[in-house]
Ligand binder design. Structure first.
Ligand SMILES: Cc1cc2nc3c(=O)[nH]c(=O)nc-3n(C[C@H](O)[C@H](O)[C@H](O)COP(=O)(O)OP(=O)(O)OC[C@H]3O[C@@H](n4cnc5c(N)ncnc54)[C@H](O)[C@@H]3O)c2cc1C
Length: 391
């Protein structure tokens, strides 16, 4: 099998890339190790930055998002039983975010790809990327019990943190920057209308909590829990009791409870692999970098990477210049590191470290206080949350 761009992974990065290339008249083949139902149901991110919304619309994949997504113009910070709203459009000159689940983005892109795009093979597991530094890189993969080879002009590794593509970069050329956090998020989905119309980020002595939503009828809520926690250790009523404590305000705000339909624990990690390119292999999304979910950046960074790649390849096709492809890693990493910084700052602003001292607590409260009294500090948060521009 032969194609121009071999794409490994049908998460948001791989699926959007296939769509962008199709629109630019460049053929691709997508290899995905899981089946379609699994990919469409995997619960993950839910906040789309303004730039991501614009990209999906321009790619012709924004119709259902515009109908069913919820535009959010702010978030609420909650600490010391007080509430403070951060007004995005007022602070950023008009930007907002969209609440539309990653599962729905993937469903929309899969439907478009199967209807209009090139091959998208499910249950096709990439085994290795070979000959990355030649002009004929290959992906060895297994599909329907047979081992096959996909010959490409370029390979884009969109296969997430646990994929195979990053392993094709020789160890002596790789640099890894990493931080793990001594806590995770216990996330639930509940069939109950969200208790607030915007996301609520709560800092509490017992740990962080986040109120989010998937739709007007489905709430998504998170609790900071110790690293290594098993979700089944938490009974449903215990989760609601703990959420209630952490969201408590002095003005009598109440949290609506409902049946919990899913429960899972997500570890927290910051990770960057440099470089993001090796010969004709390009890494995109979680294959190259991970952020803790506090800043809602993971999916949006994946979108930024594949837009950068698609634009660079289109430029090469139109002008014969590989200058932008050559600059792919540096271009992406500038934005990646801003998102890493933002996600790290949001995480350390709102979570309680197990070894936090009374001094650390006071500093955290002072940082929050500053956000509620300084327009400059608040604008910085709003800018980061609504998204760093694509170059
Ligand atoms: C449990 C969890 C919860 C998260 N929650 C949030 C959140 O609340 N907010 C937020 O902003 N971000 C969140 N994220 C991060 C966000 O979902 C990711 O940043 C985003 O999915 C990145 O997209 P991607 O396409 O790069 O990778 P993925 O979505 O990981 O897609 C990679 C794809 O590659 C496939 N694959 C892997 N190996 C192979 C192989 N060998 N061959 C073929 N295919 C392969 C996988 O099956 C998968 O479909 C979460 C991540 C996780 C893991």
């Amino acid at each position: 099998m032969r194609t121009t761009v071999g794409i490994i992974g049908a998460g948001p990065a791989g699926l959007l890339l296939a769509r962008l290339l199709h629109n630019a008249g460049i053929d691709s083949v997508v290899l995905e190790s899981r089946d379609r139902a699994y990919v469409e149901q995997r619960q993950r991110a839910g906040i789309l930055e303004q730039g991501t919304v614009d990209v999906l619309r321009a790619a012709g994949a924004g119709e259902r998002m515009d109908r069913e997504g919820l535009r959010h113009d702010g978030i609420e910070l909650r600490f010391a039983r007080r509430r403070h709203r951060v007004d995005f459009p007022a602070l950023t000159g008009g930007s907002s975010v969209m609440v539309y689940a990653q599962t729905e983005v993937c469903k929309d892109l899969i439907a478009l790809q199967l209807k209009e795009g090139g091959p998208l093979l499910f249950e096709a597991e990439a085994l290795a990327v070979e000959d990355a530094t030649t002009d004929r890189p290959k992906v060895r993969f297994r599909h329907e019990g047979r081992e096959e080879v996909l010959e490409c002009d370029y390979v884009v590794g969109c296969d997430g943190f646990w994929g195979v593509s990053r392993k094709a970069v020789p160890a002596e050329l790789s640099r890894v920057f990493e931080r793990t956090y001594p806590f995770g998020w216990l996330g639930i989905l509940a069939d109950v209308a969200p208790s607030h119309d915007e996301l609520v980020y709560a800092r509490h002595e017992r740990g962080f909590a986040l109120l989010s939503m998937r739709s007007p009828a489905v709430s998504r809520l998170y609790l900071q829990v110790p690293d290594g926690t098993d979700a089944e250790e938490w009974a449903d009523e215990q989760i609601w009791d703990e959420l209630e404590r952490r969201f408590e305000t002095a003005d009598g705000w109440t949290l609506a409870r409902g049946p919990i339909t899913s429960k899972s624990v997500t570890p927290m990690r910051s990770y960057v692999h440099e470089p993001m390119r090796h010969g004709r292999l390009f890494l995109a999304g979680d294959a190259a970098h991970i952020v803790p979910p506090t800043g809602a950046k993971g999916l949006n960074l994946a979108v930024g990477d594949v837009v950068t790649f698609a634009r660079a390849l289109t430029h090469e096709r139109e002008t014969g210049s590989s200058e932008r492809l050559d600059a792919y890693s540096e271009t992406c990493l500038r934005r990646v590191w801003q998102a890493e910084r933002f996600s790290y700052e949001m995480t350390t602003l709102l979570h309680r470290a197990p070894d936090a001292t009374p001094f650390d607590d006071r500093i955290q409260l002072a940082r929050l206080e500053r956000l509620t009294t300084s327009r400059a500090a608040e604008t910085d948060l709003a800018d980061g949350y609504t998204g760093f521009p694509l170059e």
